[in-house]
Design a protein around this ligand. Structure first.
Ligand code: NAD
Length: 732
């Protein structure tokens, strides 16, 4: 390849003396800040500032989007806590790299020449920070474009001035959601929030930015408000009465959300608080110090790897059979059998993604009811302005409620989501195959029935696969794809093409009882049941889980999925294990709860009382299982709750239900809410150390029983302090 084609940032000067610096990384659909693009950008900025022939600078992109941010893969080696390079050296390298770029942004911000940024589409992280240092920002009006600073979502913080410029621009309050929650904005909303100056028609974007540059007065316009005399932070700085209240309240609110578990939010708040009290040059250093601290902390490394790199790789098809072997299917027409809670959810996401969807149930009224459920979901979206009326009408027209299976002919995929009953499903699968033919991929959304056994009911067994959605389908981001013993590559590829089309995150696992996610959630909930029967306070159990960073306490989670499900799982487990089944002492608890007609949230009564919008732990539970006088420590309860799910994930890896470690970590976080700051169970054990984790399991097994007994794999690894991401390093 010639050198010219490797250029990542282009430079040109037009007849109006405007220098255009255009990011256009070859071979990538999205611009990112790589070492090369940072160096090239640096050189072009210096040239434009130096050249007397240049009167104004335009920064833009040659792609439909502006920029995704810093190349996180590049940061990876600097973040890696297991790197051979000592932490101090990595911190120093990171500090200098980031501060160098910071200084460059400051150079054009204070260089005396007007600088405008023409934001062609999505503009995130470092891209938005480049734009924030410009004197004028205009974006193309695009519905799908997003502008924001999402760093905190992967355990990082804005490092190129975002924590300093945004609060100086719009005030601490207005900047807080973008900084602390990583909220992003469409161009029009970014304009309303004061983040950008204007949002214009895509075709007029460059012309508009150039017009501003041509008319700009360098003395007035090439100066940020915070570099002007008499500047005051909008809404007040830390040492004003309003600012003081804001920081006190902001700290408390952040702590409430993060439970003190997420370092990024803490450091962002500190950087803003400290940085706003000093001149800009010092503020830059403050930000970079906080950034470097986070960057070299294992939490950020784990979060970047799982929440960004692995998630993105899985979404892009890391587990898909090669496209040469199985070409991508466009999924134009699908069928969903069963228009209940799950079936209507699946039809909703499919039709929303533009797929013609036949929704079939036993009788027409049941199928129509499914469509009505979808209509009410769509109506809510329209009311909230998340969908236009036109798109809603088009989407609803794609859903065709039917009872007759003949419409399935020519479908690319048919998913059954009928009652959880082997016999009912077996009949349905036969009917689907008969109508849809030998080429159609057929999937089951079962949550407990073995895929291999279900597949026995169809003729072309390689066409059959499990596609396990989580409830509610429209909100839950993960889809678990289950390969039965006879599932073929075409079926895996089709399932993955479908998941990609509906924009969810897939993991691919092998068939085993409860697959991966449910297999780990069930012991977690059961551990809480055991604790209740031991006389541990339910409030302690629930708070311990929430303080670990789990989205719901185990008892509340049980209420959400219903206690009937727990009972049927116990029944199914007993049937499947036969003589080997050892009833848990906690099974009694569910029986007693159901006898008291406490079925969970859906019945308004479970471990909690649901009174309107308020909920509170059911006091009657203490009468069934009196709380013992002496309670275990918070740490003890947390260790049990965390270990039980982690050890189950390791068993799933040992038993080859999980064959790619990325599936284990991504699946845990997005499937059942395993604490995201850990990066998932495998990252968690790597971080605490397999030897220490092994000891912990052995200790718990001695005290509480063999469910904590370390599996052979962990014993082997713990002996030598081996790491999962070394032994099971994913093929990249
Ligand atoms: P549901 O009871 O809400 O819906 C089942 C639907 O299937 C009903 O509309 C019913 O009329 C229809 N049906 C039953 N027999 C039929 C037949 N012979 N022909 C056509 N339609 C028929 O149940 P659900 O909660 O939507 O669960 C459906 C499937 O999804 C189950 O296999 C369940 O295990 C699985 N699943 C459920 C969840 C969950 O959280 N509820 C999560 C993941 C997977």
């Amino acid at each position: 390849m010639s050198e010219a084609s490797q250029t990542e940032v282009h430079y040109s000067v037009d007849a109006d003396q405007i220098a255009t610096i255009c990011f256009d990384l070859p071979g990538r659909s999205m611009n990112v800040l790589t070492k090369t693009s940072m160096l090239e950008f640096h050189a072009h900025i210096e040239q434009a500032l130096k050249d007397d022939n240049v009167k104004g600078i335009l920064i833009t992109s040659g792609k439909k989007d502006f920029m995704g941010g810093v190349d996180l893969a590049m940061l990876g080696s600097l973040c890696d806590p297991f790197s051979r390079t000592p932490k101090e050296e990595r911190a120093k390298e990171g500090y200098e790299l980031i501060l160098g770029f910071h200084k460059l942004l400051r150079a054009y911000e204070t260089g005396g020449k007007p600088v405008a940024c023409a934001i062609t589409g999505t503009c995130m992280g470092g891209g938005f920070e480049i734009a924030l240092a410009c004197h004028y920002r205009v974006a193309a009006k695009k519905e799908k474009a997003q502008i924001g600073l999402p760093e905190c979502k992967v355990g990082l913080m804005p490092g190129f001035g975002g924590t300093q410029r945004l609060p100086r621009l719009v005030g601490v309050m207005a900047a807080s959601e973008a900084l602390l929650q990583g909220k992003s904005y469409t161009p029009e909303k970014a304009k309303a929030a004061g983040f950008i100056h204007d949002a214009v028609d895509e075709k007029k974007l460059i012309e508009h930015a150039k017009k501003w540059l041509k008319n700009a007065d360098p003395k007035k316009d090439a100066l940020q408000s915070w570099d002007q005399k008499g500047y005051k932070i909008p809404g007040g700085g830390p040492y004003t009465s309003s600012g003081y209240q804001l920081f006190v309240g902001g700290n408390a609110m952040t702590l409430d959300k993060t439970k003190g578990l997420y370092l990024a939010q803490e450091h962002i708040l500190s950087a803003v608080y400290e940085g706003l009290q000093v001149p800009f040059e010092d503020a830059m250093r403050i930000e970079v110090r906080h950034f470097t601290y986070l960057m070299t902390n294992p939490q950020s490394f784990n979060m970047i790897r799982t929440l960004f790199l692995s998630k993105q790789a899985l979404e892009k098809g890391a587990r898909r059979p090669s496209q040469e072997d199985v070409p991508v299917n466009k999924l134009k027409k699908i069928g969903v059998i069963g228009a209940g809670m799950m079936g209507s959810g699946i039809a909703f996401v499919a039709a929303k993604a533009g797929i013609k969807t036949y929704l079939i149930d036993k009788d027409q009224s049941a199928a129509e009811r499914g469509k009505e459920t979808i209509q009410s979901m769509v109506t809510k979206l329209v009311q909230k302005r998340r969908m236009s009326e036109k798109d809603a009408a088009l989407m609803m027209a794609r859903i065709l409620p039917k009872t007759d299976y003949t419409v399935l002919k020519g479908s690319d995929l048919v998913i059954e989501a009928v009652f959880e009953d082997m016999k009912v499903k077996a009949d349905i699968l036969k009917n689907i195959e008969e109508a849809a033919g030998s080429k159609c991929i057929i999937a089951s959304n079962t949550s407990t029935l073995p895929i291999t056994e279900l597949g026995e009911h169809i003729t072309y067994k390689k066409n059959f696969i499990g596609i396990h959605f989580f409830s509610p389908v429209d909100k839950m981001p993960l889809v678990e794809i289950i390969k039965g013993k006879k599932t073929g590559d075409r079926a895996v590829a089709r399932a993955l093409d479908f998941v990609k089309k509906i924009r969810k995150t897939p993991i691919v696992v092998n068939d085993a009882r409860f697959f991966y996610a449910n297999r780990c959630i069930i012991p977690y909930i059961e551990e809480a049941h055991r604790m209740v029967t031991e006389g541990i306070s339910p409030a302690l159990i629930e708070n311990a889980a929430e303080m670990l960073g789990l989205p719901l306490g185990p008892l509340q989670l049980n209420d959400e999925v219903s206690l009937d499900l727990s009972a049927s799982i116990q029944k199914a487990t007993a049937a499947a294990l036969g003589d080997k089944y050892e009833p848990s002492p906690a099974a009694d608890l569910i029986t007693k709860m159901l006898q008291k007609k406490r079925h969970g949230k859906k019945s308004g009564a479970g471990f909690y009382d649901y009174d309107g919008r308020e909920k509170s732990l059911w006091t009657g539970l203490e009468k069934l299982y009196p709380i013992t006088e002496e309670q275990p420590s918070l740490e003890e309860v947390q260790t049990r709750l965390m270990t039980i799910q982690t050890i189950e994930a390791i068993r799933a890896l040992e038993q080859k239900i999980i064959t790619d470690i990325r599936d284990a970590d991504v699946g845990a976080i997005f499937g059942w809410g395993y604490p995201p700051y850990t990066g998932g169970p495998m990252s968690y054990v790597d971080m605490v150390g397999s030897t220490l984790f092994l000891r912990q399991c052995e200790k718990l097994a001695k005290t509480y029983g063999k469910r904590f007994a370390p599996p052979k794999l962990l014993r082997e690894m713990g002996r030598g302090g081996e790491r999962f991401y070394v032994r099971f390093a994913p093929e990249l």
